[in-house]
Design a protein around this ligand. Structure first.
Ligand SMILES: Cc1ncc(COP(=O)(O)O)c(C=O)c1O
Length: 507
């Protein structure tokens, strides 16, 4: 059981590789998504832990029958939900190799540490942070934002938060982020003990970017009222529409008020490689901290997030706690005497996630990533153009980066605003476009119901996978192209499906 022969490992390994090959090569001929059958889900939820060990063949058979056929969908060329990409092949294999080595990347003098250091340097240079900055691979954008804001708390609160927490704070604190900021920023502020009431949601302009004068005013008002501003969370690529806040202007405001600037570039950061966005994203490098997710637009298999902090010693001060059983590391400290990663973040034992980032970056090369990202942006633009040219579709926001928000509106692209509640349809029930034509109008609730029904049927039909969101309270379909497998033909097929479903409501 515990000692495999080389031949046995090879035999099982080949079975695993066959499963991987079948999954990754066959996926485009499968429905993008089909939900887990209820009986199988029930079985998984109710089966107790096995009392006896099974053979690898039995375990792999279970995987093949009960797990592999029901994926999330994000390996498929027509999956554009949330911000999830297909995995880079070398990232897939890297995960197995990393597990085979199974190091703890808390620190020490072994190869994984230097691989992570190298990856940190590559990502740091990608987004233009200086050499003195310190980075860390984390689980994703949420943990990166939590880590960056934890350092901001340590630096900006003016009290010894590590010793006393926030209970002796002489004044209230405030954080600033646009109404389009990702929910992880609010969760981070809550988790750090400030409470969400310390957040000042800053309005956005028509293009969903933070209203910078409004930010300036909010900070000035807080200062005048004795509130201490801690940090601004700017977004470089919002989740809803791909909008990029005016980072240079926000940097100016932060400098003027002495406020920490965190940039959430979890999604948009890698687009700094794209000629069209390089200028707008360049000021990420001027932030005090930033988040960038290799598991989004760099195609590294989840989980792979990255946080970087300009002031490395502040980051270390915020987290370092070195008990004697770690301090006496001896030769494990390494030839370069580098401090352990665990001094820069919350985790002690850390996985070798650097390997999949390293191998994926080697697989694509900078030029390969640039080409894939630019192609995704072009595909999103193609989708937006097709939406604008279609009388039965409506673009819901200016397309940003690789995100397009749109909806089906039947034969009436420009609906007059509803005049009264009497014409509203309750419950979001779908309505036939012909009915809308007869009525001569459709209100927001009707269109939301129709598009909700389109989305539901599109996902269950398996032809393509979109998700939805709300923009200024209006329901919209949303496509986020972070997918190196997608083509124009895939976009056409999705649009045909949406229009066919829109013209054929079920209730
Ligand atoms: C802009 C942005 N920030 C942060 C996050 C959170 O990242 P994660 O889900 O990797 O924690 C997301 C996730 O989609 C995002 O789009």
């Amino acid at each position: 059981m515990s000692h495999w022969t080389r031949e046995e490992i090879q035999r099982i390994g080949h079975l695993v590789v066959d499963l991987i090959a079948e999954h990754l090569s066959g996926i485009s001929n499968q429905p993008v998504f089909h939900p887990m059958p209820a009986d199988l889900a029930g079985q998984l939820l109710s089966t107790p832990a096995p009392s006896q060990g099974a053979t690898p063949d039995e375990i792999l058979r279970d995987f093949r029958d009960s797990v592999e056929p029901y994926p999330f969908g994000n390996g498929h060329p027509r999956f554009w939900g949330w911000v999830n990409s297909p995995p880079a092949l070398m990232g897939v294999f890297a995960d197995a190799l990393a597990a085979a080595m199974n190091p703890s990347c808390a620190g020490g003098n072994h190869a994984a540490i230097y691989v992570e250091r190298q990856v940190i340097t590559w990502l740091r240079e990608l987004i233009g942070f200086p050499a003195q900055a310190m980075g860390l691979l984390v689980s994703g954008g949420s943990m990166a934002t939590l880590t960056g804001l934890a350092v901001a708390r340590h630096v900006r609160c003016g009290i010894d938060v590590r010793a006393d927490g926030l209970r002796n704070a002489p004044q209230p604190f405030a954080f600033y982020m646009s109404t389009e900021a990702h929910s992880c920023a609010r969760k981070a502020v809550e988790l750090l003990g400030f409470g969400s009431s310390s957040i000042r949601p800053i309005a956005t302009t028509d293009d969903y970017r933070m209203d910078v004068p409004a930010l300036d005013t909010a900070i000035a008002r807080d200062v005048a009222n004795g509130v201490r501003p801690i940090a601004v969370v700017a977004t470089a690529g919002t989740t809803n529409t791909g909008a990029i806040d005016d980072l240079a202007a926000i940097r100016g405001v932060c400098d003027r008020h002495g406020v920490w600037m965190h940039v959430d570039a979890a999604y948009g950061g890698p687009a700094i490689l794209a000629d069209e966005y390089a200028e707008a994203l360049k000021p990420i490098g001027s932030a005090d901290s930033a988040a960038l997710d290799p598991h989004k637009w760099m195609f590294v298999p989840v989980e792979a997030g990255f946080v970087i902090v300009r002031d490395a010693s502040a980051m270390r001060d915020a987290f370092s706690l070195v008990p004697p059983y770690i301090r006496s590391a001896g030769s494990a400290t390494g030839v370069y005497g580098l401090p352990w990663f665990s001094e820069y973040g919350f985790q002690q034992t850390r996985g070798f996630r650097a390997l999949k980032v390293w191998m994926t970056m080697k697989q694509f090369g900078v030029t390969g990533h640039k080409a894939a990202i630019e192609e995704n942006i072009a595909l999103a633009r193609y989708l937006a153009d097709r939406v604008q040219a279609a009388p039965d579709l409506e673009l819901m926001a200016p397309p940003g980066l690789s995100i397009v928000c749109f909806r089906y509106v039947g034969g009436h692209r420009h609906w007059p605003e509803p005049s009264g509640d009497g014409e509203r349809r309750k419950g979001g029930a779908a309505v036939h476009p012909g009915e809308m034509t007869l009525a001569g109008r459709a209100d927001e609730a009707t269109l939301a119901g129709l598009n909700r029904s389109i989305l539901e049927r599109l996902q269950l039909g398996g032809e393509a996978f979109l998700t939805s969101t709300e923009l200024r309270g209006r329901y919209t379909l949303r496509a986020c192209v972070v997918n190196y497998r997608s083509t124009r033909d895939d976009i056409d097929r999705m649009l045909n499906a949406v229009r066919a479903l829109g013209a054929r409501p079920t209730n």
